[in-house]
Design a protein around this ligand. Structure first.
Ligand code: UD1
Length: 374
């Protein structure tokens, strides 16, 4: 296949490029090399020599049109990720993620390109799945700052206040984006579904869970927790674990995510025209943020983590994947176990990051101790 890979110079995109090239696909990368994650510009890009590299922004229609020539499918990884600093980041998130996707889709419609794999995210669900012993599956309400400040991090049943049991989220869970980034990732899916209906195209959204691995950008407000912990340890500082460390996540290795992209691209041609389908992309293994910190610290021989009790208002408590659909429909099998992947990550290179306009996303201290997608 001839594939246009947007964001192909980034952490996940470059792993997808490696994988596709190794499988014999022709890959053209379109990447804006945004300074926040590419401080060294083109010099910092590590792509296989077979890749054709186009330096340009996905919001620039003329560039996208040129990049689409001769292409069978698009793998759209270009996005601004993370929680960001504050609402001043919102226009940039919307511009990169929503406008960028709209420009790409319009150019695909004009150019007759009908196959799309989208880098989706589990953030579209907001909180994960919770069961109340009395009321069954329930959606917890927004996290109240008064509760977080009192060190009560577990969301209660919205009907009876009972403690809930956290489970694995399936793709049919309702969307409930809880921060600006999440809302743009949901909008991307809606835009892509509208494109598919209008053009008879097919789109697959891979809803990534917490991706980690080599070439993850270093510590920025836009980086995930694995890279923040890794950067702290590299500087000889203990990882700072927010809340009580019991937040459940699914940490999935970037090589497994790249494999999911390859399978999703190959399956597009078999899908009905005009269809949109979402797949959770997680390892299926539940780990807490505290466990991640401890495993990384132990693997890297760094200082033991500290549990700070701080919290961020945009964070959800638990979100973990049921990835059966990806396994059964696309034949995906994650190959990297948590312990092995984290041990490798503890020693792997991360990519440099430029200073951002402020400090990290503000945290607050708790008083307590330490879609159309079916
Ligand atoms: C992350 C990404 C999101 C991505 C998703 C799926 C960020 C900010 N979020 O969501 O973009 O779509 O995975 O791949 O990149 N924490 C600490 N100490 C810290 C920083 C964070 O304990 O120094 C905790 C947070 O409070 C949270 C957990 O770690 O409970 C995960 O944080 P993070 O990786 O930032 O965000 P996710 O919501 O998991």
């Amino acid at each position: 296949m001839e594939i246009l890979l947007t964001g192909g110079a980034g952490f996940i995109g470059s792993a997808v490029a490696d994988r596709l090239v190794a499988s014999g696909h022709r890959v053209r990368v379109l990447d804006a090399l945004l300074p926040a994650v590419h401080p060294d510009g083109a010099a910092g890009v590590t792509l296989p020599p077979e890749v054709e590299f186009v330096h340009g922004d996905v919001r620039d229609a003329a560039t996208v049109e040129r990049a689409l020539r001769g292409v069978d499918a698009v793998c759209h990884q270009a996005a601004m990720v993370g929680l960001g600093l504050d609402l001043d980041d919102a226009p940039q998130y919307v511009s990169c993620n929503e406008l960028g996707t709209a420009v790409l889709l319009a150019a695909m419609a004009r150019g007759g390109v009908r196959q799309l794999v989208l880098a989706g995210s589990m953030v579209v669900y907001g909180e994960g799945r919770y069961d109340c012993p009395e009321h069954g599956v329930v959606a917890p309400g927004p996290r109240l700052e008064s509760e977080l400040a009192a060190g009560r991090f577990e969301p209660p049943c919205p009907y009876c206040g009972t403690a809930l049991r956290a489970g694995l989220t399936t793709e049919d869970a309702p969307a409930d984006p809880r921060n600006v980034y999440a809302s743009t990732k949901l909008a991307q899916e809606h835009l892509a579904a509208a494109w598919a209906r209008a053009t008879g195209g097919t789109v697959t959204s891979l809803r990534y869970h917490n991706v980690y691995g080599p070439r993850m950008p270093r510590d920025t407000p836009y980086a995930g927790v694995a890279s923040i912990f890794r950067s702290a340890l590299a500087a000889g500082r203990p990882p700072r674990v927010f809340e009580d460390g019991g937040q459940r996540r699914d940490f999935v290795h970037v090589a497994d995510v790249a494999a999911a992209n390859e399978l999703a691209l190959a399956a597009l041609a078999t899908r009905p025209p005009g269809s949109a389908r979402a797949y959770n992309t997680g390892s299926g293994q539940v780990h807490t943020v505290g466990e991640l910190a401890a495993t990384l610290a132990a693997a890297g021989g760094g200082p033991a983590p500290v549990v700070t009790g701080e919290y961020r208002l945009g964070d959800v408590r638990h979100i973990t994947a049921d990835s059966h659909r990806l396994r059964t429909e696309l034949g995906w099998r994650p190959a990297v176990a948590f312990e092995a992947g984290v041990a490798e990550f503890a020693a792997a290179p991360t990519r440099g990051a430029a200073p951002t306009r402020g400090a990290a996303t503000p945290t607050r201290a708790a008083a307590a101790p330490s879609s159309d997608f079916r």
